[in-house]
Design a protein around this ligand. Structure first.
Ligand SMILES: [Zn+2]
Length: 455
């Protein structure tokens, strides 16, 4: 009898052990963020997934025949998903030199079997920092406007540009230079919503994430932006909601506000994505030409929306609204290439033209579009007709100017002198450059706006 009990007991133990052994699963190892290059100290995070958790993790670095454990964790945990975070780089691993290396990651599962998983990742060790030197010119910038700075990059740079607050613009090779030239320029916006005391920073970064920054001579002209009130009528709400949210539910005003906030943001994100759809050359010539019509808005006008006397929303209007007659001709502000010609939410039927070097113009609310993506347009070419598609209460055109995906005040681009002094002289001919050095600082542009009666 006792023998029998012992035999059954042993059989059960064996079964349980066998079951646990064979159900012991391997650990799934992966880098939380891809890492292909490290510098002095780059943080690496590894995710280890296993059914019963992990009981061991290690990271080993190999370079030039040397190998060293740089991180180990022996604590076992039943947590199904664990994240191990540790620094890699010269600061912590002194034997590292510039050049290729290998990171070997090993983890053991937290079960009886303790099966181990090893993955390895090729790394480039980059210890040399990038360098960035900005030009010595005087940069006069209007808040909400644009400026251009030339940069000389060195060391191991892989990305560079100018950062203003939370915005950044990239660089382009100087005209005629190869794509990888280290003699470059950045055409950057000083966005309307960045505090005027913000210092623009030129930056350069290497693949290991090491970034250097420098300042350059800047004089900023702060601007005060206007505010206006818009009284929403039921017919306005019905028009917009019926077109842009036909299947929605809730009150007309709630649906309108939702469109005004969420769809506006989604549309502006889509416009921002188009900034990289640009060419490395100037497609335009001479000053930009405003669409003929009465200007009915200011740049960066803060609009409060009222419904039955109660404020229901507030949005900033970036761009100009131009109106004249119904279905008036919509003309290209300058030569370029059509990169968008379709419905775009609140902008209705919309055209976006790339003029090169991430300078773009946008035309919205059109009743008709007569161009298609890929078309080349010449300055003042007719592209369609004005209308009231999207979030518009009356026939007009919404015109915006964009640099690196950020809406800027267009009026600078209507001024031939501003264009020569601030843009062309720095990337154009030696004669242009000489002229710019002697040119006095430009007067800050003034607004000449007429009556506003439409949205
Ligand atoms: Zn508008």
């Amino acid at each position: 009898m006792l023998k029998y009990v012992v035999a059954v007991f042993l059989a059960i133990v064996l079964l349980v052990f066998g079951f646990v052994w064979f159900t012991g699963k391997k650990v799934d190892l992966k880098l939380v963020r891809p890492v292909t290059a490290v510098g002095t100290a780059t943080t690496v995070s590894v995710q280890a997934d296993a059914q019963h958790g992990t009981k061991y993790f290690s990271a080993v670095l190999e370079q030039n025949g040397q190998s060293q454990t740089i991180y180990a964790d022996n604590t076992s945990s039943a947590q199904r998903s664990r994240i191990y975070t540790f620094p890699v780089g010269k600061k912590v691993d002194e034997f590292l030199k510039d050049g290729p290396a290998r990171l070997i990651l090993t983890a053991a599962s937290n079960d009886m079997r303790g099966s181990t998983t090893t993955i390895s990742q090729a790394l480039q060790i980059i210890l040399r920092a990038p360098t960035v030197v900005a030009d010595g010119m005087q940069h006069y910038i209007n808040q909400g406007g644009a400026e251009l700075v030339t940069l000389d990059l060195g060391g191991n740079w892989s990305a560079a540009g100018v950062r203003v607050g939370r915005y950044s613009a990239g660089t382009f090779p100087m005209p005629g230079q190869p794509d990888n030239s280290s003699h470059r320029f950045s055409l950057f916006p000083f966005p309307w919503d960045v505090s005027p005391d913000t210092i623009p920073l030129a930056f350069a970064r290497n693949d290991a994430g090491t970034e250097v920054t420098t300042t350059f001579w800047v004089k900023l002209f702060p601007k005060t932006f206007k505010t206006s009130n818009i009284e929403l009528k039921d017919e306005n709400l019905q028009k917009v909601v019926g077109e842009l949210d036909p299947d929605g539910s809730g009150s007309l005003v709630d649906r309108f506000v939702k469109i005004n906030r969420d769809l506006r943001k989604a549309n502006n994100d889509q416009i921002y994505q188009l900034r990289t759809n640009t060419v490395n050359r100037i497609l335009w010539s001479g000053p930009f030409v405003p669409i003929k019509g009465t200007r009915e808005s200011f740049f960066a006008d803060r609009r409060s929306y009222y419904y039955k006397g109660k404020k229901v929303d507030e949005q900033v209007h970036l761009g100009f609204d131009l109106a004249q007659t119904r279905n008036m001709p919509v003309t290209a502000a300058n030569s370029g290439r059509v990169i968008f010609a379709d419905r775009l939410g609140i902008y209705g039927n919309c055209i976006i033209i790339d003029h090169g070097y991430s300078l773009q113009t946008l035309y919205g609310h059109m009743s008709r579009i007569d161009v298609k993506v890929g078309d080349s347009v010449t300055k003042e070419a007719r592209m369609g007709a004005s209308g009231a598609t999207g979030m518009a209460f009356g026939d007009h055109v919404h015109f915006s100017m964009l640099i690196a995906g950020v809406q800027v005040n267009p009026i600078e681009w209507w001024d031939e002198h501003w264009i020569r002094d601030r843009i062309l002289s720095k990337i154009g001919s030696p004669q242009d450059k000489a002229a710019a050095v002697q040119a006095p600082p430009p007067a800050s542009p003034t607004e000449h706006a007429r009556k506003r009666h439409r949205h």
